[in-house]
Design a protein around this ligand. Structure first.
Ligand SMILES: NC(=O)c1ccc[n+]([C@@H]2O[C@H](COP(=O)([O-])OP(=O)(O)OC[C@H]3O[C@@H](n4cnc5c(N)ncnc54)[C@H](OP(=O)(O)O)[C@@H]3O)[C@@H](O)[C@H]2O)c1
Length: 425
């Protein structure tokens, strides 16, 4: 039996989906008993040249050609953004169509509304491709690891910032030069704000944390710091100390209190996450029964992302064939409170000060009085006659570090505290 599919959007991901559905149709029919056929494709510009794959007679610019087509049982959304994607998905669900989407922005911001609508109409809504591209993360957290209490998530889930930081490390270039190169190669958008400010990673963390910690999680629960302030000096100092800088998404559940952060961090060169470079993604998960696990792979791209989308299509077809559609989504009734992290970590601090006798002694005194011991100190003169000082502390709480920073700012000769980052162990 054939199942007709309507595809909303045929860009990077959508064109990969068209290719993969065609290529794998026989295999999918064999494993699900249902043959998927993409019968209509919504685009914005029907005259745009599209490489080989798309049969142009399937293209439409009218969403109702898909949403009102009673023959179509499943809709794949790869338009992106909030509207009109949200309106189209809700309309499809209300008409009893199953939905597969790659849209992290929409799921992070309107996930509850979408999942509840799917539940009410007994249809599936699946979104594996929304986080981590090709890497299966949602399904393992939802199913395979459901027997464990997940306590920790830590990962690199934004390819653009990982590409920029990797280039800054490999080629000793500034943030601005690395960003320009990422934009030239298509790894970063012309407006890179969402990526470099950490918002994209925060949205993905919202989705992952909700499933891992079985709680509704809102974007506002995530404390976000991007990578715009990271300089070539930070990268160089980190290297001298044996670390690389990575933008990490970190979530913990400590006895029902969640701490969710996206922030640049120093990662030891020997740590598995240090080797995740360019546009690759990785997620480390700790569960009480499962122990430690790490997922790694292509976090974006046409076919890698399409492979996750088509994986969801296969699940939806299986459910349809077995008559068990509408049970795959999880809407969590409880909202665990989000609190600042109380975990103890070493911290890296880079500051500039007047290059005068006695200044370093005053800085050391503040550390002594606030009971934070220093594990490493680097000091270099700068061209403008100041001193650049890097301190790596022993383990301390974020609250404790904040007190120390406040005291350091009161020292007259301290010009600025440029960067503060936790150090992973
Ligand atoms: N790119 C990746 O590697 C990646 C990875 C993971 C998840 N995602 C997610 O996948 C989704 C799609 O991303 P993408 O990179 O494939 O985007 P894209 O290349 O910009 O493609 C978007 C497609 O949607 C169509 N479209 C946009 N707005 C429309 C509208 N209002 N009405 C009708 N059609 C419209 C466009 O039509 P035209 O072709 O006529 O312009 C285009 O075909 C996003 O949610 C993104 O976050 C992407």
């Amino acid at each position: 039996m054939t199942v007709f599919i309507g595809l909303l959007g045929c860009g990077t991901v959508g064109s990969g989906v068209v290719e993969l559905v065609e290529r794998r149709a026989d295999k999918i029919a064999e494993i699900t008993g249902l043959r998927p056929v993409i019968s209509k494709i919504l685009v914005r510009d029907i005259d745009k040249p599209r490489e080989g794959l798309v049969d142009s007679s399937k293209l439409t610019t009218n969403a109702h050609d898909i949403l009102d087509d009673k023959e179509i049982d499943l809709v794949i959304e790869t338009i992106g953004g909030i509207e009109p994607a949200r309106e189209y998905i809700l309309s499809a669900l209300r008409s009893g169509k199953h939905v597969v989407t790659a849209n992290k922005d929409l799921i992070a911001l309107h996930g509850v509304e979408i999942l509840e609508t799917a539940e009410r109409h007994q249809v599936d809504v699946l979104y594996e491709a929304a986080v981590g591209g090709a890497i299966p993360l949602i399904r393992p957290l939802k199913d395979s690891l459901a027997s464990s209490d997940i306590t920790d998530l830590k990962g690199i889930i934004n390819g653009t910032t990982n590409y920029i930081l990797s280039k800054m490390t490999q080629s000793s270039i500034s943030f601005e030069t690395a960003l320009a190169e990422a934009q030239r190669l298509g790894y970063a958008e012309s407006d890179p704000t969402s990526d470099v400010e950490g918002l994209d990673a925060a949205r993905k963390l919202t989705i992952l944390a909700s499933i891992a910690f079985t709680s509704t999680v809102q974007l506002s629960d995530v404390r976000v710091q991007g990578i715009r302030k990271i300089t070539a000096s930070d990268v160089r100092f980190a290297d001298q100390l044996g670390y690389v800088i990575k933008l990490l998404a970190v979530g913990t559940d400590r006895e029902g209190r969640l701490s969710l952060e996206v922030r640049p961090s120093l990662v030891p060169k020997t740590h598995p996450l240090a080797h995740v470079s360019e546009s690759y993604n990785a997620l480390y998960i700790r569960g009480d029964a499962s122990g430690d696990l790490m997922f790694f792979g292509q976090g974006a791209g046409s076919l890698p992302t399409a492979s996750a989308v088509v994986g969801d299509v296969i699940e939806a077809l299986r459910n349809l064939q077995l008559g068990v559609s509408g049970h795959s989504q999880h809407v969590y009734a409880n909202h665990k409170p989000a609190v600042p992290s109380r975990d103890f970590l070493p911290y890296y601090m880079r500051l500039s000060a007047q290059d005068e006798p006695g200044v370093f002694a005053q800085i050391a005194q503040v550390f002594g009085e606030t009971e934070i011991s220093m594990s490493n100190v680097l000091q270099t003169p700068t061209e403008d006659g100041h001193a650049e000082i890097v301190v790596v502390s022993h383990k301390a709480s974020a609250e404790h570090i904040d007190t120390t920073l406040k005291r350091l700012r009161q020292i007259e000769q301290v010009i600025d505290i440029h960067t503060v980052m936790p150090v992973e162990s």
